[in-house]
Design a protein around this ligand. Structure first.
Ligand SMILES: [Ca+2]
Length: 168
C-alpha cells in the first residue's frame, strides 16, 4: 500500500528523471522517461526487451504528453498492438505484473486511475482527458511474459468526442 507521501516522492522523481534525457535502455529497477505525442504520426512504446520477455522486478514509469505547440484541445490516445503479461487477476487486482494508466496533470496523476491491466485483457483504446498520460509497468519476482507494445499519438478532443458519440 503506497502512502500519499511516497507517491509524491515518486512524482518528483518522474519530473527529475524526465529532464535528465536518458536514452531508453530498458527498465532495470526504477526508470523513467517522458515522451511527446505528435498529431502527425503515432509513436510506439513497448515493455523492456520486447518482444523478448520482460525481466522480473521491473518498475517502469513513463509520462506521455501532447506536443505543447498543439494547444489545450489535444489529448493522448493509446492504441494497443500487443499485450501479454502474467495473469494475476485475483479479484481483478493484477497483483503480479501490471500495466497501469493514469490521467494527468502531473500533480494529480496518481489519483486519476484510468485502468490497470494484466494477462491478455485490455481495452482497444485509452484516452487521457488532458495533455498528460502516465503509464506504469510493474513486474514481480517470478514469471514473465512477452510484454506489451502500444502506439500513442495526440488527437483533437473534439474529433474524439464526435467519433464516440457517433458510435452509439
Ligand atoms: Ca511476474
Amino acid at each position: 500500500m503506497r502512502s500519499a507521501a511516497s507517491l509524491e516522492i515518486l512524482g518528483l522523481l518522474v519530473i527529475s528523471w524526465a529532464g535528465s534525457g536518458l536514452a531508453q535502455s530498458g527498465c532495470n529497477g526504477n526508470y523513467s522517461q517522458n515522451y511527446t505525442a505528435s498529431s502527425h504520426h503515432r509513436l510506439v512504446l513497448s515493455s523492456p526487451n520486447y518482444p523478448r520477455p520482460y525481466d522480473d522486478l521491473t518498475d517502469c514509469l513513463w509520462m506521455i504528453q501532447t506536443d505543447f505547440a498543439l494547444g489545450p484541445d489535444f489529448i493522448v490516445k493509446v492504441t494497443f498492438d500487443d499485450f501479454q503479461l502474467e495473469d494475476g487477476s485475483v479479484f481483478l487486482a493484477c497483483d503480479f505484473d501490471s500495466l497501469t494508466f493514469y490521467d494527468g496533470p502531473p500533480a494529480e496523476s496518481y489519483s486519476h486511475l484510468l485502468g490497470k491491466y494484466c494477462g491478455t485483457i485490455h481495452p482497444d483504446v485509452i484516452y487521457s482527458t488532458g495533455r498528460y498520460l502516465y503509464v506504469k509497468f510493474d513486474s514481480d519476482g517470478m514469471t514473465t511474459r512477452r510484454g506489451f507494445r502500444f502506439y500513442y499519438q495526440a488527437v483533437n478532443i473534439g474529433v474524439v468526442i464526435s467519433v464516440l458519440l457517433c458510435s452509439y
